[in-house]
Design a protein around this ligand. Structure first.
Ligand code: AMP
Length: 282
């Protein structure tokens, strides 16, 4: 497995593969890798000649500097996991290498997808995501790029960017990997206190409960039911629970307006923000 820190070196290495028309699979990550990330790597390995993983904590997608500073960094362990997973190439750039001294976001129009859910609570987040993903696509020129449904809104926004900017890459969504108690795997889970971690299965349990409840109640009733579950919980604070159409990501007032309803949730465990989602198709 080769590790590159400079985009020039990475591009020179990838050029012969691109000339041969080899398929390059790309998995962007922010490190602190877990099985969820590795499942994306496995998918890429199955479908491509070469798999490239990036590890970069992208500053422009953080609107909270404390969250950026505290984001877990476990590079040595990450490289070991990637080696064992059979990854071919890892790109671990500095901010200067990807941003060329101007660490700012491009402004994107994602047809309003950026204004829903996460967009309401994380200022400028999706401009930061769009900027870094587009930059990586330009450097790596992947055939296929793999994103987790764990960040479902991000996945749809990347799809939208690829469509609007006519980028030559297939965006592939991969299912959410969960811990045994249902908690969606996340690098941020490493920062949970023991008590919060023990109790965190509650989030997925409530999502499952809401799916059941939604089968014979309205959207509003279901959202109220979830709010109630959290009001009675001593450890978790609900930021939002929203039922939306999978494609438009618009809130569903009337459940008959979408064949693909999905529930999205963001929860605080002390200062740690956790997100998750579940399809509500029964
Ligand atoms: P991150 O390092 O959190 O930016 O995540 C990198 C990629 O891994 C993103 O496409 C995430 O959606 C994906 N990912 C993170 N957690 C999971 C998970 N539990 N299951 C599947 N994919 C995930």
């Amino acid at each position: 497995m080769l590790v590159f820190k400079a985009k020039g070196d990475l591009k020179s290495y990838l050029d012969p593969f691109l000339e041969k028309k080899d398929k390059i699979g790309f998995v962007p990550t922010m490190g602190a890798l877990h099985q969820g990330h590795l499942s994306l790597v496995e998918n890429s390995k199955q479908e491509n000649d070469l798999t490239v993983v990036s590890i970069f904590v992208n500053p422009t997608q953080f609107d909270n500097s404390e969250d950026l500073v505290n984001y877990p960094k476990t590079l040595d362990a990450d490289l070991e996991l990637l080696k064992m997973a059979g990854c071919d190439v890892v790109y671990v750039p500095t901010a200067n290498d990807v941003y060329s001294n101007k660490v700012i976001s491009q402004s994107f129009d994602f047809d309003g997808l950026e204004n829903e859910m996460e967009g309401k609570f994380r200022n400028g987040h999706f401009d930061g995501v769009g900027t870094i993903v587009k930059t990586f696509f330009e450097i790596i020129k992947p055939t296929n790029a793999y994103f987790g449904e764990k960040d479902f809104q991000q996945l749809q926004i990347v799809r939208k960017m690829v469509e609007k900017e006519h980028l030559q890459v297939n965006v592939i969504g991969c299912p959410i990997y969960r811990e045994d108690d249902g908690l969606a795997m996340s690098s941020r889970n490493l920062r949970l206190s023991e008590n919060h971690r023990k109790a965190a299965g509650f989030i997925y349990k409530t999502l499952l409960g809401s799916k059941e409840y939604f089968s014979n109640h309205s959207t509003l009733e279901t959202e109220n039911w979830v709010r109630n579950q959290f009001e009675n919980h001593p450890l978790f604070e609900l930021e939002y629970y929203s039922i939306a159409d999978e494609t438009s990501l618009k809130s569903l007032v009337d459940k008959s307006n979408s064949s693909y309803p999905r529930a999205f949730i963001a929860v605080y465990a002390d200062s740690i923000r956790l997100i998750d989602n579940i399809s509500l198709i029964s």
